[in-house]
Design a protein around this ligand. Structure first.
Ligand code: ADP
Ligand code: MG
Length: 400
């Protein structure tokens, strides 16, 4: 059971209240341009709601991993520009993160105006959760709103600092993410099927264990399938394998809930033009690598998805970035989109695959947080959510 988080409605807002808004504008950039602005559009419901109430908004976010140093490559300038276009108003970007200049800028904001602070991770205090940096940041708002689901699993200064001193609430996006994921864990409609792919079993061990308690079937694809296939004694050629996870995979297979591929696409190399062939999952020739689930497996998985009431999908079925190895991921993505089940896609790469294939609108919920979604499933809570709840308790305590 995931405890609920305080809502926007609980905040004491008046005209010109300054709202420090922690968003997740960690968008993919290519040559300094935004490749996919989903993370910006996802924050709009919260920003619109606050602007309707004539608040002044000081938005902040991290972008990439500049590791505590100013690095123009990771400037939020393209985000400020795109956000301004979406809002139809100028969004000034402060040159510092939470310095004197940012405070001056904030004081100049009018009702309903929005500014953006420069990349939080230009400051070493952000990831180190430095109290002095948290204090400076908190000084930019009368209240704090966290809408950064993708960062809620990090105990960084901008996530856990402001709730200690400001009335705090979850934005619309964060609240929705928590609601959807807690439905999956608390009251999923059965049959509940989890499709899991991606690179490593070891990355997702905790999640697999947590999900096995809730779901009826687990369908495995991606590179992690080869460790399961090795656990069953199959010949996996040169496919990726985690030898130290073989015993764990054997235990998971023994639950009877786990399905693994029966056929795969094997390639001589991980290149678009490499020779590829369709083989039995248990007889991959030496020197060949499994790069996608085969058509029989994909069709089987699609059937299971079609017959389920709840579907959670995390992790692509193959190396979908390379066109000839994307068919398995596409078949599963289409099945998820066509399904009448309640469907959730979580995971950075799987969410990207669903969007690239133009299927995102037909999925009930595409999570904006990869790691955060997995940690919420595994642990049932996140540092960012705990901070918001603790803040609520504090305000109630003062009111008595
Ligand atoms: P997500 O971000 O959705 O949680 P992961 O990060 O765990 O997913 O894994 C995504 C990556 O897994 C993709 O880059 C994809 O190319 C890779 N992958 C999938 N199948 C294979 C495979 N058979 N061999 C190597 N890499 C694979
Ligand atoms: Mg990923």
């Amino acid at each position: 059971m995931v405890e609920p988080v305080p809502r926007l409605e609980s905040l004491p807002l008046e005209k010109c209240t300054s709202v420090l808004l922690r968003a997740d504008f960690n968008v993919p950039l290519r040559d300094g341009k935004i490749d996919d602005d989903l993370r910006i559009t996802a924050a709009l419901p919260t920003i619109d709601w606050l602007r309707e109430r004539e608040c002044r908004i000081v938005a902040c976010s991290h972008l990439g991993r500049p590791r505590g140093k100013v690095d123009p490559k990771y400037s939020l300038a393209p985000v400020a520009e795109r956000l301004g276009e979406l809002l139809g108003t100028e969004v000034p970007l402060s040159s510092g993160v939470a310095d004197f200049g940012s405070v001056t800028r904030m004081q100049e904001l009018g009702a309903g105006e929005v500014m953006l602070l420069e990349n939080l991770r230009f400051e070493p205090g952000e990831e180190a959760n430095d109290p002095a940096f948290a204090t400076n940041l908190s000084g930019l708002g009368d209240v704090y709103v966290d809408d950064a689901f993708g960062a809620a699993h990090r105990a960084h200064a901008s996530i856990v600092g402001p709730p200690r001193v400001l009335p705090s609430a979850a934005g619309r996006l964060l609240a929705r993410e928590v609601e959807v994921l807690s439905t999956l864990l608390d009251a999923p409609k059965h049959p509940f099927v989890v499709v899991l792919g991606g690179v490593k079993v070891s990355d997702k061990l905790g999640v697999i264990d947590a999900l096995l308690d809730h779901c009826d079937q687990l369908l495995i694809g991606g590179a992690m399938a080869f460790t399961f296939l090795a656990a069953e004694g199959g010949e996996i050629g040169d496919s990726l394998v985690e030898v130290d996870q073989v015993e764990h995979c054997k235990r998971l297979l023994a639950t009877g809930k786990v399905q693994i591929p029966t056929d795969v696409v094997a390639a001589a190399d991980i290149r678009e033009d490499a020779p590829a062939r369709h083989v039995s999952a248990r007889a991959i020739p030496a020197g060949w690598k499994g790069v996608d689930v085969g058509p029989e497996t994909a069709a089987n998985y699609a059937d299971v998805v079609a017959g389920s009431a709840t579907v959670l999908w995390n992790g692509p079925m193959g190396i979908f970035e390379i066109a000839p190895f994307a068919a398995g991921t596409r078949t599963v993505a289409e099945a998820v989109a066509d399904s009448r089940a309640f469907t959730v896609v979580g995971g950075g790469d799987s969410a990207a695959a669903v969007r690239e294939m133009g299927l995102a609108e037909r999925v009930d919920h595409v999570s904006t947080g990869g790691g955060a979604a997995l940690e919420l499933i595994e642990f049932g809570d996140l540092p960012g959510l705990q901070a918001l709840r603790a803040s609520q308790a504090q305000i109630r305590g003062h009111g008595q």
